[in-house]
Design a protein around this ligand. Sequence first.
Ligand code: 13P
Length: 253
Amino acid sequence: MSRKHLLVGNWKMNLGPHQAREFASSLAAEISALKRTDVWVCPPMVSLAAASEALLSSPVLVGAQNVHWAKTGAFTGETSPLFLKDLDVTFSLTGHSERRTYFGETSETVAMRTETALAEGLKVIVCVGETETERANGTTDQVLGDQLAPVFARLSAALAPQVVIAYEPVWAIGTGKVASIQDIAATHKFIQQLWNAQGYDHQPTILYGGSVNPQNFAEILALKEVSGALVGGASIKLDQWLELIRIAEATAE
Ligand code: 13P
């Protein structure tokens, strides 16, 4: 049986509460029932409530961009998975490359965040990806393996279905450079093999991210190794986001 596509918009540090409500209301007004695609969006933390309210009667799910590994405590500036649940948020990203690059997150802390979020009943999209230098040096597989190893070490087969992997080459994020179709297919296949080596009893959902737009999406989504996309820039431009949803709905798996 074919699986639905998954299209996730990461709004990053864009759209504060008022703008988020406005954008989400416009999205809710434009979007009709979805047959083949799950659509999720990740507003900034302070905009989660506004976006959730505006999207309440739409099929779009709202999630966080990050989540902490502790349930409460002295962790200034962080957000507990319990607080996300309190807002009826159903999922979170972890390990986005901007968190790793600018905020010193390590694969170990990403794994800790992932573990607690899953234990508290959230779904998690774990983001991984290599830098341009790492790809040029031929170490992409090693880097991805090292990023995922601590996550797998803490992930039981029972909770594995709640995890999505997002492959986002760092050099393709926000740059307009997209990985080649061959590289996307090969890298997703490699991640699939890593996953299968853990003995989880289902195939992983693996998203591609990095400069996805309405011009390149159909070709990427046509790859059998690709389950969908994690989108930054094009997810906060309503016309482009609606077009990506339309493409996901129209593309055969
Ligand atoms: P862009 O789509 O803007 O390249 O961002 C990708 C990304 O980082 C999504 O998490």
